[in-house]
Design a protein around this ligand. Structure first.
Ligand SMILES: [Zn+2]
Length: 329
Protein backbone atom coordinates (compact mmCIF):
# COMPACT_ATOMS: atom_id res chain seq x y z
CA UNK A 1 0.00 0.00 0.00
CA UNK A 2 1.42 3.39 -0.94
CA UNK A 3 1.58 6.21 1.60
CA UNK A 4 -1.19 8.13 -0.19
CA UNK A 5 -3.47 5.08 -0.12
CA UNK A 6 -2.75 4.47 3.53
CA UNK A 7 -3.63 8.09 4.38
CA UNK A 8 -6.84 7.76 2.38
CA UNK A 9 -7.84 4.52 4.08
CA UNK A 10 -7.25 6.06 7.51
CA UNK A 11 -9.19 9.17 6.53
CA UNK A 12 -12.11 7.09 5.31
CA UNK A 13 -12.21 5.37 8.69
CA UNK A 14 -12.01 8.72 10.50
CA UNK A 15 -14.76 10.16 8.28
CA UNK A 16 -17.14 7.53 9.66
CA UNK A 17 -16.65 8.76 13.21
CA UNK A 18 -19.20 11.20 14.65
CA UNK A 19 -18.36 14.81 13.79
CA UNK A 20 -16.94 17.07 16.42
CA UNK A 21 -19.03 20.20 16.57
CA UNK A 22 -17.07 23.37 16.01
CA UNK A 23 -17.63 26.90 14.77
CA UNK A 24 -18.87 27.72 11.27
CA UNK A 25 -16.93 26.02 8.54
CA UNK A 26 -16.38 26.09 4.84
CA UNK A 27 -15.75 23.33 2.34
CA UNK A 28 -14.52 24.26 -1.12
CA UNK A 29 -14.83 21.78 -3.97
CA UNK A 30 -12.98 22.11 -7.26
CA UNK A 31 -14.14 20.73 -10.62
CA UNK A 32 -13.07 21.09 -14.25
CA UNK A 33 -15.21 19.87 -17.14
CA UNK A 34 -18.94 19.24 -16.89
CA UNK A 35 -20.23 16.36 -19.03
CA UNK A 36 -23.75 15.34 -20.07
CA UNK A 37 -22.69 11.74 -19.49
CA UNK A 38 -19.57 9.60 -19.47
CA UNK A 39 -20.12 8.91 -23.19
CA UNK A 40 -18.78 12.42 -23.76
CA UNK A 41 -15.31 11.06 -23.02
CA UNK A 42 -15.51 8.47 -25.80
CA UNK A 43 -14.30 10.87 -28.44
CA UNK A 44 -11.00 11.24 -26.50
CA UNK A 45 -11.25 15.01 -26.93
CA UNK A 46 -10.80 15.78 -23.26
CA UNK A 47 -8.12 14.68 -20.86
CA UNK A 48 -10.31 12.48 -18.62
CA UNK A 49 -8.59 13.93 -15.56
CA UNK A 50 -11.66 14.71 -13.46
CA UNK A 51 -14.88 13.70 -15.18
CA UNK A 52 -18.05 15.07 -13.62
CA UNK A 53 -21.48 14.60 -15.13
CA UNK A 54 -24.52 16.78 -14.55
CA UNK A 55 -26.01 13.91 -12.52
CA UNK A 56 -22.84 13.81 -10.38
CA UNK A 57 -23.17 17.52 -9.76
CA UNK A 58 -26.79 17.16 -8.70
CA UNK A 59 -25.82 14.28 -6.38
CA UNK A 60 -23.07 16.43 -4.86
CA UNK A 61 -25.51 19.25 -4.13
CA UNK A 62 -28.16 17.00 -2.59
CA UNK A 63 -25.62 15.13 -0.44
CA UNK A 64 -24.24 18.45 0.84
CA UNK A 65 -27.74 19.76 1.58
CA UNK A 66 -28.58 16.53 3.41
CA UNK A 67 -25.49 17.05 5.55
CA UNK A 68 -26.58 20.57 6.49
CA UNK A 69 -24.51 22.64 4.08
CA UNK A 70 -25.68 25.83 2.42
CA UNK A 71 -23.99 27.24 -0.67
CA UNK A 72 -21.85 30.32 -1.23
CA UNK A 73 -19.35 31.67 -3.69
CA UNK A 74 -16.48 34.10 -3.22
CA UNK A 75 -18.78 37.10 -3.34
CA UNK A 76 -20.77 36.22 -0.26
CA UNK A 77 -18.52 33.72 1.43
CA UNK A 78 -18.29 35.72 4.64
CA UNK A 79 -21.45 37.75 4.74
CA UNK A 80 -23.11 37.50 8.15
CA UNK A 81 -26.15 35.69 6.76
CA UNK A 82 -23.90 32.98 5.36
CA UNK A 83 -24.94 29.59 6.65
CA UNK A 84 -23.10 27.87 9.45
CA UNK A 85 -21.74 25.13 7.22
CA UNK A 86 -20.97 26.49 3.82
CA UNK A 87 -19.97 24.76 0.60
CA UNK A 88 -18.41 26.60 -2.35
CA UNK A 89 -18.50 24.92 -5.75
CA UNK A 90 -15.75 26.01 -8.13
CA UNK A 91 -14.91 25.14 -11.74
CA UNK A 92 -11.44 25.72 -13.14
CA UNK A 93 -10.15 26.86 -16.52
CA UNK A 94 -13.20 28.42 -18.20
CA UNK A 95 -14.45 25.48 -20.29
CA UNK A 96 -17.58 26.29 -22.34
CA UNK A 97 -18.91 22.91 -21.12
CA UNK A 98 -19.33 24.53 -17.66
CA UNK A 99 -22.28 26.44 -19.14
CA UNK A 100 -24.18 23.12 -19.24
CA UNK A 101 -24.27 23.24 -15.45
CA UNK A 102 -25.92 26.67 -15.26
CA UNK A 103 -29.58 25.57 -15.71
CA UNK A 104 -29.05 22.81 -13.12
CA UNK A 105 -27.39 25.13 -10.58
CA UNK A 106 -30.15 27.66 -11.27
CA UNK A 107 -32.83 25.08 -10.55
CA UNK A 108 -31.02 24.04 -7.37
CA UNK A 109 -30.34 27.71 -6.46
CA UNK A 110 -26.63 27.09 -5.95
CA UNK A 111 -24.08 29.88 -6.41
CA UNK A 112 -20.76 28.91 -7.97
CA UNK A 113 -17.47 30.25 -9.31
CA UNK A 114 -15.83 29.70 -12.69
CA UNK A 115 -12.11 30.44 -12.62
CA UNK A 116 -11.07 31.57 -16.07
CA UNK A 117 -7.68 31.52 -17.78
CA UNK A 118 -8.26 34.57 -19.93
CA UNK A 119 -5.56 33.82 -22.51
CA UNK A 120 -7.64 30.83 -23.65
CA UNK A 121 -10.81 32.94 -23.81
CA UNK A 122 -8.90 35.49 -25.88
CA UNK A 123 -7.27 33.02 -28.30
CA UNK A 124 -10.03 30.39 -28.38
CA UNK A 125 -7.33 27.70 -28.40
CA UNK A 126 -7.87 24.30 -26.79
CA UNK A 127 -6.38 23.78 -23.34
CA UNK A 128 -2.89 22.40 -23.72
CA UNK A 129 -3.46 19.25 -21.63
CA UNK A 130 -6.41 18.28 -23.83
CA UNK A 131 -4.29 18.76 -26.96
CA UNK A 132 -1.60 16.56 -25.48
CA UNK A 133 -4.11 13.88 -24.45
CA UNK A 134 -5.88 13.76 -27.81
CA UNK A 135 -2.75 13.87 -29.96
CA UNK A 136 -1.05 11.23 -27.79
CA UNK A 137 -4.08 8.94 -28.21
CA UNK A 138 -3.99 9.46 -31.96
CA UNK A 139 -0.37 8.36 -31.98
CA UNK A 140 -1.04 5.41 -29.65
CA UNK A 141 1.31 6.80 -27.03
CA UNK A 142 0.89 4.60 -23.92
CA UNK A 143 -1.25 6.37 -21.28
CA UNK A 144 1.51 6.28 -18.67
CA UNK A 145 3.93 7.97 -21.03
CA UNK A 146 1.41 10.68 -21.93
CA UNK A 147 0.89 11.39 -18.23
CA UNK A 148 4.66 11.59 -17.68
CA UNK A 149 4.89 14.02 -20.57
CA UNK A 150 2.08 16.13 -19.14
CA UNK A 151 3.84 16.34 -15.79
CA UNK A 152 7.12 17.27 -17.51
CA UNK A 153 5.40 20.03 -19.50
CA UNK A 154 4.05 21.48 -16.25
CA UNK A 155 7.63 22.38 -15.39
CA UNK A 156 7.74 24.84 -18.31
CA UNK A 157 6.42 28.37 -18.77
CA UNK A 158 3.10 28.55 -20.70
CA UNK A 159 4.70 29.87 -23.92
CA UNK A 160 7.23 27.03 -23.88
CA UNK A 161 4.47 24.45 -23.38
CA UNK A 162 2.64 25.85 -26.38
CA UNK A 163 5.87 25.79 -28.38
CA UNK A 164 6.45 22.12 -27.52
CA UNK A 165 2.93 21.20 -28.63
CA UNK A 166 3.21 23.12 -31.89
CA UNK A 167 6.59 21.47 -32.59
CA UNK A 168 5.22 18.01 -31.84
CA UNK A 169 1.73 18.17 -33.32
CA UNK A 170 1.51 21.29 -35.50
CA UNK A 171 -0.29 24.60 -34.99
CA UNK A 172 -3.66 23.16 -36.11
CA UNK A 173 -3.65 20.77 -33.14
CA UNK A 174 -4.36 23.76 -30.88
CA UNK A 175 -7.79 24.25 -32.40
CA UNK A 176 -10.57 22.83 -30.20
CA UNK A 177 -12.27 19.74 -31.59
CA UNK A 178 -15.74 21.04 -30.78
CA UNK A 179 -18.13 22.15 -28.07
CA UNK A 180 -16.73 19.86 -25.42
CA UNK A 181 -13.14 21.05 -25.27
CA UNK A 182 -13.36 24.71 -26.21
CA UNK A 183 -12.95 27.60 -23.78
CA UNK A 184 -15.80 30.06 -23.30
CA UNK A 185 -15.85 32.94 -25.75
CA UNK A 186 -15.52 36.52 -24.46
CA UNK A 187 -19.29 36.97 -25.04
CA UNK A 188 -20.11 33.84 -23.03
CA UNK A 189 -17.83 35.02 -20.23
CA UNK A 190 -19.65 38.35 -20.12
CA UNK A 191 -23.06 36.64 -20.13
CA UNK A 192 -22.02 34.27 -17.33
CA UNK A 193 -20.69 37.17 -15.25
CA UNK A 194 -24.15 38.76 -15.41
CA UNK A 195 -25.78 35.65 -13.94
CA UNK A 196 -26.77 36.32 -10.34
CA UNK A 197 -25.47 32.93 -9.12
CA UNK A 198 -22.15 33.07 -10.97
CA UNK A 199 -18.85 34.53 -9.92
CA UNK A 200 -16.01 34.80 -12.44
CA UNK A 201 -12.60 34.26 -10.87
CA UNK A 202 -8.97 34.62 -11.88
CA UNK A 203 -7.09 31.52 -13.07
CA UNK A 204 -4.11 33.53 -14.44
CA UNK A 205 -3.91 34.70 -18.03
CA UNK A 206 -2.02 31.76 -19.55
CA UNK A 207 -2.81 29.06 -17.00
CA UNK A 208 0.62 29.63 -15.49
CA UNK A 209 1.69 27.36 -12.67
CA UNK A 210 2.91 30.34 -10.68
CA UNK A 211 5.96 28.92 -8.86
CA UNK A 212 7.29 27.68 -12.22
CA UNK A 213 7.33 31.07 -13.96
CA UNK A 214 9.78 33.92 -13.25
CA UNK A 215 8.71 36.27 -10.39
CA UNK A 216 7.91 39.21 -12.71
CA UNK A 217 5.82 36.91 -14.90
CA UNK A 218 3.84 35.72 -11.86
CA UNK A 219 2.60 39.24 -11.17
CA UNK A 220 1.91 39.80 -14.87
CA UNK A 221 -0.10 36.55 -15.15
CA UNK A 222 -2.29 37.59 -12.22
CA UNK A 223 -2.79 41.24 -13.16
CA UNK A 224 -3.34 40.58 -16.85
CA UNK A 225 -6.17 38.19 -16.01
CA UNK A 226 -7.58 40.74 -13.54
CA UNK A 227 -7.60 43.57 -16.06
CA UNK A 228 -8.90 41.42 -18.94
CA UNK A 229 -11.85 40.28 -16.81
CA UNK A 230 -12.42 43.79 -15.46
CA UNK A 231 -12.59 45.08 -19.03
CA UNK A 232 -14.93 42.29 -20.08
CA UNK A 233 -17.26 42.08 -17.10
CA UNK A 234 -17.00 45.55 -15.56
CA UNK A 235 -15.28 44.51 -12.33
CA UNK A 236 -12.03 42.74 -11.45
CA UNK A 237 -12.39 39.33 -9.76
CA UNK A 238 -11.99 39.00 -6.00
CA UNK A 239 -11.17 35.26 -6.07
CA UNK A 240 -8.36 33.28 -7.69
CA UNK A 241 -7.72 29.56 -8.18
CA UNK A 242 -4.03 28.83 -8.59
CA UNK A 243 -3.44 26.69 -11.70
CA UNK A 244 -2.39 23.22 -10.58
CA UNK A 245 -2.77 24.54 -7.03
CA UNK A 246 0.70 26.12 -7.23
CA UNK A 247 1.45 29.20 -5.13
CA UNK A 248 4.39 30.78 -3.34
CA UNK A 249 4.90 33.90 -1.18
CA UNK A 250 5.48 36.21 -4.18
CA UNK A 251 2.31 35.03 -5.94
CA UNK A 252 0.23 35.44 -2.80
CA UNK A 253 1.62 38.96 -2.30
CA UNK A 254 0.88 39.78 -5.95
CA UNK A 255 -2.69 38.55 -5.51
CA UNK A 256 -3.17 40.69 -2.42
CA UNK A 257 -1.90 43.80 -4.20
CA UNK A 258 -4.12 43.03 -7.22
CA UNK A 259 -7.14 43.28 -4.92
CA UNK A 260 -7.86 39.55 -4.68
CA UNK A 261 -9.44 38.48 -1.39
CA UNK A 262 -9.90 34.72 -1.76
CA UNK A 263 -7.34 32.27 -3.14
CA UNK A 264 -8.13 28.57 -3.52
CA UNK A 265 -5.49 25.85 -3.69
CA UNK A 266 -5.59 22.11 -4.39
CA UNK A 267 -4.61 21.26 -0.82
CA UNK A 268 -7.50 19.34 0.72
CA UNK A 269 -9.28 20.30 3.91
CA UNK A 270 -12.28 21.87 5.53
CA UNK A 271 -11.76 25.41 6.78
CA UNK A 272 -12.86 25.88 10.35
CA UNK A 273 -13.51 28.08 12.06
CA UNK A 274 -14.58 30.30 9.22
CA UNK A 275 -14.13 33.16 8.30
CA UNK A 276 -10.37 33.36 8.25
CA UNK A 277 -9.26 36.93 8.68
CA UNK A 278 -5.56 37.08 7.83
CA UNK A 279 -4.89 37.87 4.18
CA UNK A 280 -2.30 35.15 3.65
CA UNK A 281 -4.59 32.38 4.92
CA UNK A 282 -7.50 33.76 2.93
CA UNK A 283 -5.39 33.63 -0.20
CA UNK A 284 -4.39 29.99 0.38
CA UNK A 285 -7.67 28.26 1.20
CA UNK A 286 -7.96 24.49 1.22
CA UNK A 287 -9.97 22.95 -1.62
CA UNK A 288 -10.79 19.36 -2.49
CA UNK A 289 -10.41 18.47 -6.15
CA UNK A 290 -10.97 14.74 -5.87
CA UNK A 291 -14.72 14.40 -6.49
CA UNK A 292 -15.27 12.63 -9.76
CA UNK A 293 -17.66 10.27 -11.46
CA UNK A 294 -18.00 7.00 -9.58
CA UNK A 295 -16.56 8.33 -6.34
CA UNK A 296 -18.85 11.21 -5.43
CA UNK A 297 -20.19 10.11 -2.07
CA UNK A 298 -16.94 8.65 -0.77
CA UNK A 299 -14.87 11.67 -1.79
CA UNK A 300 -17.48 14.08 -0.47
CA UNK A 301 -17.49 12.35 2.91
CA UNK A 302 -13.73 12.75 2.96
CA UNK A 303 -13.91 16.41 1.91
CA UNK A 304 -16.32 17.37 4.67
CA UNK A 305 -14.78 15.25 7.39
CA UNK A 306 -13.47 17.44 10.23
CA UNK A 307 -10.77 14.91 11.09
CA UNK A 308 -8.32 14.12 8.35
CA UNK A 309 -4.70 13.17 8.09
CA UNK A 310 -4.67 14.53 4.53
CA UNK A 311 -5.69 17.96 5.88
CA UNK A 312 -2.82 17.93 8.36
CA UNK A 313 -0.39 17.04 5.57
CA UNK A 314 -1.95 19.76 3.38
CA UNK A 315 -1.48 22.32 6.15
CA UNK A 316 2.19 21.33 6.41
CA UNK A 317 2.50 21.79 2.61
CA UNK A 318 0.71 25.14 2.73
CA UNK A 319 3.14 26.47 5.32
CA UNK A 320 6.04 25.09 3.29
CA UNK A 321 4.81 26.87 0.13
CA UNK A 322 4.51 30.15 2.03
CA UNK A 323 8.06 29.98 3.38
CA UNK A 324 10.38 32.60 1.87
CA UNK A 325 12.39 31.21 -1.10
CA UNK A 326 15.78 31.28 0.68
CA UNK A 327 14.59 28.58 3.07
CA UNK A 328 12.94 26.54 0.39
CA UNK A 329 15.84 25.39 -1.70
ZN1 LIG B 1 -6.64 24.90 -14.36
Amino acid sequence: MTMARLVKALDLALARMPAISRGPDLVILGFHSVLDGMDDLRGQTLDPFQPLTLADLETTVSLLRARGFGFVNGRHVDRPETVRRAAWLTFDDGYANNLKAVPLLERLRVPFTVFVSTGYVESGEAYWWDVLHRESRRRNVPAGEAVRRREALKQLEPAAIRGELVAAFGEASLRPEGELDRPMTPAETVALSRHPLAEIGNHTHSHAILPVVAPAARREEITRCQSYLARLTGAPPISIAYPNGGFDPESVAACASAGLRNGVTCLPGRIAPWPVDDAQSRLTLARSVTLQHGRIERELNLSISPLRIASLLAERDRIRCLRPPAHRR
